[in-house]
Ligand binder design. Sequence first.
Ligand SMILES: NC(=O)c1ccc[n+]([C@@H]2O[C@H](COP(=O)([O-])OP(=O)(O)OC[C@H]3O[C@@H](n4cnc5c(N)ncnc54)[C@H](OP(=O)(O)O)[C@@H]3O)[C@@H](O)[C@H]2O)c1
Length: 258
Amino acid sequence: MSTALITGASSGIGAVYADRLARRGDDLILVARNRDRLEALAARLIEETGRKVEVLAADLADEVDLARVEEVLRSERDITVLVNNAGVGGVGPLVESDVDAVQAMITLNVTALTRLTYAYVPGAVERGEGTVINIGSVVGVAPEFLNGVYGATKAYVLALTQSLQHELAATDVRAQAVLPNATATEFWDVAGRPLSNPDGVMSAEDLVDAALVDLDRGQLVSIPPLQDQEQWEAYESARGVLKANFGSGTPAPRYANA
Ligand SMILES: NC(=O)c1ccc[n+]([C@@H]2O[C@H](COP(=O)([O-])OP(=O)(O)OC[C@H]3O[C@@H](n4cnc5c(N)ncnc54)[C@H](OP(=O)(O)O)[C@@H]3O)[C@@H](O)[C@H]2O)c1
């Protein structure tokens, strides 16, 4: 038995993960606020795939609702995949943004994702099986593109996932970060900048299909829109060089005569 719990499954990228994972043989637990949409998707997928699909309507920015989803992740032993996909963006300049909206973004993109990961991973390690897919964004490495706090939340998603990969390397639990660029979903309407030009915009179906190819290949940072994978490898190897040189206990010589 394998079950995938997908957050933000009521639309966009999360709904496509639900479709693809059901077709790959997983039962599903679908999480988002909009129960009607989740139930419509569940009915379609039950009909088309014969899988078991449960709906768990929850506002992940609400502590009580979030705790309910955490409890499911802690207690249901069949959950083999957690897709942390629910997220909101921002497009306005940092200092002109409403700080309460910015905090709400952090609560969903960072706090909820972290708590759900914490709820899931220890049990998965104990069972010797599990996959966490965290939906980040290219803005996690390019925070200048959109709202800076949004970029920072996605930098957090990438850093957390890379840290998990490091810590879980000796276990059978995998963590993948997926970094979409502009993808054709309701994200842009919700963020306040509807997509007017489809150029350079990927479909959610292409995005998820490519990320799943990467997952099957063991590619744990998946950036489907990046045409030359070697550029990411070069970025990572530059990071590796830096990491190896942070260790000295004395300030660098450039400070000597300051
Ligand atoms: N589209 C892009 O260009 C793009 C690019 C890079 C990264 N991403 C990332 O991709 C992920 C999915 O976004 P998307 O593009 O598929 O946008 P979307 O269609 O707007 O989907 C967002 C999902 O998150 C759910 N959600 C929002 N607030 C929630 C809350 N408080 N509690 C529970 N669920 C909540 C929404 O459902 P309800 O409204 O029913 O709750 C919806 O299912 C996000 O993390 C986003 O940052 C998107």
